[in-house]
Design a protein around this ligand. Structure first.
Ligand SMILES: Cc1cc2nc3c(=O)[nH]c(=O)nc-3n(C[C@H](O)[C@H](O)[C@H](O)COP(=O)(O)OP(=O)(O)OC[C@H]3O[C@@H](n4cnc5c(N)ncnc54)[C@H](O)[C@@H]3O)c2cc1C
Length: 421
């Protein structure tokens, strides 16, 4: 049996959503000792549905969680656009909405986080209700001071703490230097399923705005997603939920359909989410012994529909490189970035294009879109149009080549070399 005379390298990961626990899973398999710190007092299980396609599906398979992911599929059947009176304008099947192919899936973000946490909780140290307050690096490691006051040493630190990453701010500088607002805001919250939706999404388009209500498999309530365009950033505190609810109410004041009722639910929602649709763009994702992962490094925004996939794939690539360059984190970080960056940029460009389509600024553009929605199921080119949408999304979902580093069962064994894209 292989035995490693050196102690397991210790890695502190900040953030327990997707990227954090996925990285912890791989690092544990490779004989590292990961600790994951999460600011929330317990696992955040809420959220929205996230698409998993292409490479991310393969990474789930290699993590051994694909069956569980499939068992928790949202199982969406499709969606419709409705007018002000709630009358259906047109219906589209789930494949067109999601640009999916056979084998792709969709799951609630919180469900995926729970699956990854359940899979790692026995082997990985999780610290909830705490966060990194300060980092001091020297030639042997990093001294981490936690918000709780605890001080500990680690070999490496990974910031997987999302769009508003504290790790990024502490190590690289203020958030404004790395985020780019794409001209829209998104809000999401849970409310009763007034429309009686069953694995179905209903869209209502307004000038500069989009409302989507959906209910997925196993849900008794509905998720409500409200998007509005705002070319300029609206200054606000991203942790001040009351202020965000006011911004949402102002943006949708006077609008019809279900909007007044939804705004009422938004005001009381305990899972209210509101954020700018933004990209994170950085010249580099690592500095010394600290590296960023997932949205913290390269948020592609909800408009890409690929952030979860990028987080999973990034965790797989980073862990593989760290295992391969066990005593040389600088090379591991450089290789990770080199392999991920082109695919990340492809997905970010797709997000920039898609965000322009999320909301339409005039009534005539909306009327044209609704005409197309109504006609699409009847047109003989339906297949071609669906294929074009699918091809773009699928190419982005496969943009990052992954190697064949099936996890070794004994610790410390380097993964097999890359076998190609
Ligand atoms: C409305 C919406 C729809 C989306 N739809 C899709 C989709 O269809 N497909 C898709 O692939 N992606 C989608 N995404 C994007 C996806 O959710 C993210 O890209 C993905 O969750 C990124 O994972 P992450 O682990 O990097 O970061 P996050 O999921 O943002 O998690 C960061 C974690 O870090 C924690 N944290 C924050 N600060 C600290 C701190 N200081 N200390 C410790 N912990 C901290 C947070 O509590 C959180 O648990 C969507 C996003 C939104 C908002």
């Amino acid at each position: 049996m292989h035995s490693d005379p050196k102690p397991a390298p210790t890695v502190l990961i900040s953030g327990t959503s997707i990227a954090g626990p996925a990285l912890a899973l791989w690092l544990h398999r490779y004989g590292f000792a990961p600790t994951v710190v999460e600011r929330a007092p317990e696992l955040r299980t809420g959220g929205y549905k996230v698409d998993l396609r292409g490479t991310a599906i393969e990474v789930c398979r290699r993590m051994g969680v694909l069956d569980e992911v499939r068992a928790r599929s949202t199982d969406m059947r499709g969606g419709s656009y409705v007018d002000d009176a709630g009358r259906t304008i047109g219906e589209l099947p789930a494949e067109i909405f999601g640009g999916r192919v056979e084998g792709d899936d969709e799951i609630m973000r919180g469900e995926l986080a729970r699956i990854l946490h359940d899979r790692t909780r026995e082997d990985v140290e999780y610290l909830f209700d705490d966060s990194i307050a300060a980092l001091a690096e020297d030639s042997d490691g990093i001294t981490v001071t936690f918000a709780s006051g605890t001080v500990r040493r680690f070999d490496l630190v990974v910031g997987a703490d999302g769009l508003h990453s504290t790790t990024r701010r502490l190590v690289f500088g203020p958030e404004e230097r790395f985020t780019r607002h794409l001209g829209a805001y998104v809000s999401l919250f849970t409310a009763p399923n007034h429309l009686g939706l069953d694995r179905w999404e209903t869209y209502h388009a307004l000038p500069g705005k989009l409302v989507c209500v959906y209910s997925s498999a196993g849900e008794t309530e509905a998720k409500n997603l409200l998007v509005f365009s705002s070319p300029e950033e609206i200054p606000h505190d991203h942790r001040d939920s009351a202020a965000q609810k006011r911004l949402l109410a102002e943006a949708f004041a006077g609008d019809g359909w279900e909007v007044p009722r939804l705004l009422g639910h938004a005001a009381d929602a305990t899972d209210f989410f509101f954020d700018s649709i933004s990209l994170v763009e950085m010249d580099r994702w690592s500095k010394g012994r600290v590296v960023l992962l997932g949205d913290a490094a390269h948020c592609a925004s909800p408009a890409s529909g690929q952030g979860t996939g990028l987080a999973l794939t990034g965790a797989y690539v980073l862990a593989g490189e760290l295992a391969r360059h066990r005593d040389d984190h600088a090379t591991a970080f450089a290789r990770y970035e080199q392999r991920l960056r082109p695919g990340v940029e492809q997905n970010q460009r797709m997000a920039e294009a898609f965000v322009k389509e999320m909301t339409l600024d005039t009534t005539w553009k909306i009327a044209l879109r609704m005409f197309m929605v109504r006609m699409l199921p009847k047109t003989p080119w339906k297949g071609l149009i669906a294929k074009k949408i699918r091809n773009d999304i699928q190419a982005a979902a496969r943009a990052i080549p992954i190697d064949d580093h099936e996890a070794p069962t004994d610790t410390g064994t380097a993964p097999r070399p890359t076998v190609g894209a």
